[in-house]
Design a binder for this molecule. Sequence first.
Ligand code: B12
Ligand code: SF4
Length: 543
Amino acid sequence: MRVFLIHVRDPQFYALPAKTRAKNGNIRVMGFPPIGIMSLSAVLKRAGHECEMFDQANPDTPNEVIMEEIKRHRPALVGLSFLSTTSYPYAKILARQIRASDSQVKLAFGGVFASLNAPLVKLQCPEVDFVCRGDGEQLVLDLVARLDDPSEVASATWAKDGRVVNNPNRPPERRLDQWPFPDRESLKLDFVESMPLDVPAVLSMERFTTMQTSRGCPWSCSFCDIPIFNEGKWRSRSPQHVVEEFKHLQQLGYGAVYFVDDHFLLQPKRIESICQGINEAGVTIQWGCEGRVDSVAQHLFPAMAKAHCRTLMFGIESGSQKILDRVNKEQTLAEIESAVTGAKRAGIEIVHGFFVVGNPDETVADMRATFDFAARLPLDTFGFNRLCVYRGTPMWQEYVKRGLVSDAADWYKYFKCSEIDPTCLSGEAINDERQAGLRRLFIYKLLHYPRQSLRLLRRFLRYMPLRDVAYLIIKPFLGKKKGATKSEVLSRAVEHREMKDLAAEMTRLDDDRLQYVSNESRLERLRLQQEAAAQAPLVPVHH
Ligand code: B12
Ligand code: SF4
């Protein structure tokens, strides 16, 4: 059977230089590859199906081209994969366009947002035949076998006689080693690590890809939907399987890998075996991962560094214990200090801190404490995002109870907490305080960690033009925003306020206005790409 898989991205999120080519002729784009559809493609192909993938990070495959391809190749199933609330509007538009031009093809949605809102999505988007919940590997195989009668396909949501049917959940798969490695080579894209603006995964211009060695997280931070998506469970691949994939990637010429695991640091024995396996196999790929600061695997940071772990990212969230407790983070300031210092001492090159600002009950003093705390920690890079609330999270439930959101009317909308929660500081106060906090933080870093700061600066300069690095540093001192730098436009601009606001607004539009806005934003993306391409080709500067 022929299957198409499409990774839907919101165009504001990635503005890419059009048609920059890698040595092998692939279009070069910045950012993470769509490992969700790559995983499904590998599974489908192994089972004898034909599968073609499209990633909307590719400027050559806008909706029109995908629809042409559907007409030409007539797949039996088109799977649309998207991660988040912010890409749902685009997935909806694409599904409707496909349905308008082809009444026969079966359409399926999958990914975290679709999984957590399946019956509502099916109701709002009747053009889509199946909304697939949770892990997709076995599900997609079962689905292609029963496209005409999915009643036995566990974890599928569909409609029968005008009524939405939510088939029972399939138990989360524990035997993850049974699945083939993701199909990375069929998509004619080469990914490079993005500019270090928000998530400097491995910070290199090597051929870059992602890997998933474990799924889920057993904690329950109130803003996070991972535990819900994974039913509170953590599941992992064996160290041997992970090392085999590393070897395979090295053979394919990859030089940098980032783990999209929610909590890589959970099981010390497994980490030890992976590191040992990497060293024994002579794998030299640089890698990065995320984990909690209270991990019991901290004694393994030196072993990780020795196995080429270059980046370690911690969900620090706040420098105020009151706020950590408010969001149920179950970690202490002392644990944060110990993990960050331990990672640096162990020789991990880039230690990153994810912070959130604009939390419920957060005062200006709490925010200041956060920036001062971040300044004191020996972190190399940091990101301070505004807290958002997603349906399905404990925080959403709290907001429903407090009457701040309506589960029936707001489920598909993306809100910064400060927009709806009166216990948060106002958006303006948060942004001002963030700007001031960053200024203090930069100065503190330069004065107290001059060698670390210079080393990082040198690394930035290896990949970014001097002008953009200078802008990045002086940005917090500039007062009012001056618009995006070229690097910001080219990179995934997660830290870019205007783009995030735009993405949030998109999720609140009624369906009729979606089409118009989508056309406009596509044109805008084209304009940005042409502008960027005209200014300078994207070539890394090697010193
Ligand atoms: C890596 C990542 C990113 C990368 C994504 C790069 C990429 N091209 O994939 C980056 C850093 C760019 C990113 C950005 C954002 N992200 Co993010 N991200 C993740 C993360 C950590 C891992 C995703 C992943 O790769 N998983 C591994 C693959 C194998 O799993 P998967 O994609 O879910 O696919 C499986 C199933 O879902 C299913 N499946 C998927 N599609 C389909 C389709 C069909 C037809 C079928 C049958 C099955 C199926 O099968 C797959 C295999 O089992 C998740 C957390 C998580 N654990 O999911 C958050 C997460 C998805 N991100 C999240 C958010 C909020 C965002 C941002 C909005 C952040 C921001 N404010 O800017 C942006 C929006 C990006 C966008 N345009 O959608 C939230 C989503 C919450 C929500 N309800 O919206 C998550 C859940 C994290 C969290 N708890 O907050 N993100
Ligand atoms: S934020 Fe991190 S630690 Fe908290 S529940 Fe989500 S994945 Fe787990």
